[in-house]
Design a protein around this ligand. Sequence first.
Ligand code: NDP
Ligand code: 2IT
Length: 451
Amino acid sequence: MDSVVKRVLKDIKESSPGQEEFYQAAQEVLVTIKPLLDRDARYYDYNILQRVVVPERTIIFRVNWIDDSGRVQTNLGYRVQFNSAIGPYKGGLRFHPSVNLGVVKFLGFEQIFKNALTGLQIGGAKGGSNFNPKGKSDNEVMRFCQAFMNELYKYIGQNRDVPAGDIGVGHREIGYLFGQYKKLTGEFDGVLTGKGINWGGSFARKQATGYGSVYFANEYLNINGNSLEGKVCTVSGSGNVAIYTIEKLYDLGAKVVACSDSKGTIYHENGIDLASLKSVKEIHRASLEEYAKLHPDCKYIDAMDYPEGGHAIWHIPCDLAFPSATQNELTLVDAKALVKSGCILVNEGANMPTTPDAIEYLQKNGVMFSPAKAANAGGVATSQLEMSQNASKTQWNFQEVDIKLRQIMKKIFKSAYDTSKEYGKDGNLLIGANIAGFKKVADSMIDQGAI
Ligand code: NDP
Ligand code: 2IT
C-alpha cells in the first residue's frame, strides 16, 4: 500500500515541477496518515490520495495597476480552490514577493485539513499575489487591491469561496478588497472575513490566530502536568499572529523575550514591551530596529539568519518557542539549539514553519510539538464565526467570540490528541491532527461520489 503513496508523490513531482513547498506539505500528510490507510482500504479503493492532491480549480490572473508615478505595474494573482468536500472554499490571501503557484498550493492543501479539524463546515483554498505591499503608499495598495478584485470577484461569494488575510493582507487590504467587491457586484455580503467591526467584521478575529495558538499550547502543557505560568517564550515574526500570541502569553502568565521581522531579531531579556511593539509594527509599519532604539536594554540582531541555515531567534534560550512568521523558518540547526537550551514545546503559529528534519529531531528529543494545522486553526475558525454572524445578521461581543474560540481550540486539541492515541501514536499531535483532518474530508469525498 505504501507504493500508492510513493506513486502519488512521484506523480505530483512530475505534473507540478518546481513546487517544492507543495511536495513538502503533501508528503507530510500522506506519510503521517499511514496508520489510517493501513486500517481502512477504502481510501485506496476510491483513489482518495490521487484525488485530494489535485485542486478542484486553479485560477491565475494578471493584475495591472497604476503606481503613484502613473506607470502601469503588473503582478500575478492566484486563487487555488482546493477542496469543497465539507463546505465552501475558505482560506487567506497572501501578498508577498515570494508568492508563486507552489506556495499557494502548499497553503491551500494545508488549509483543507486545518479547516476540517475546526469541526466547522469550510472547505480549503488559498490565494494571493507576488505584489509586495512594503514601501507602497496607501493609494498604491488600494489601487492594487481594486485591480486584484476586478478579476477575483468572478470566482468568490459568501456560499462559494470566502477569502481572508494572511501575510501582507490585514485590515487595510481587506477593506479595499471588500469595497471593490461591493462596487462590482452591488452586494453587501460576507464574502471576505477579517472585515472591520463597523462593516460586518467579528470581534476577536484580529486576535484569533495568536490567541488560539496560545490556548492550544496551554492545553498541551496542561495535559502534561505543566502550565504557561512563568515560562520564557520566543515568538518569531511580529505581524498579526506574533503580536496576539505575545499578548495572550502575557495574559496567561508567561514572559516573551524575543521576536523578529524580515530584517532582524530583538532580544529583550526583561520582556518585550507589547504596547511599544504594537506601535512600531501595527501603527508605523516600521522595522524592529525602531523598537530597539526605544529600549536601550534591548539587543538588536541585524538579521533573521544564523550560520548554516539557522535563524537567530531560535538561538536565544527559551522554554517555549512559537514560530509565527513564515514557512521553513525553523530548521534542523535551530531545532538542535532549542533542544540544547532546554525548550520543552514548539507550537506552530505560522503555516509549515518547521522543516521535516527539524520536526523529527524535536520529537525524538522529547520536545512537545504542536502542528500548524491544529495550533493556528483559531484564525480560520473565527473567520467561520464571522461568516455565521454575517449570515444571521448579528454581531457577538468580544467575550462571546473569545469563549467560542477557546472551546474550539480545546476541541481541536482533544481531536488531535485522542486520534493519536486511537491509532497507537500516543500524543504525536502531528499524526493525530493529520489523520483526524484527512479522515473527515476523505469520508465526505467518498459520500459525494466521483465529482
Ligand atoms: P503578517 O504579514 O501580519 O506578519 C508576518 C510577519 O512575519 C512579519 O513580521 C514579517 O516581517 C515576517 N515575515 C514574513 N515573511 C517573512 C520572510 N520570508 N522572512 C522573514 N520574515 C518574514 O502575517 P501573519 O502574522 O498574518 O502571518 C504569519 C504566519 O501565520 C504565516 O505563515 C501565515 O500563513 C500564518 N497564519 C496566519 C493567519 C492569520 O489569521 N493571519 C492564520 C493562520 C496562519 P516584516 O514585519 O518585516 O514584514
Ligand atoms: O492560514 C490561515 O488559516 C489563514 N490565513 C486564515 C484563513 C481564514 O480564512 O481566516
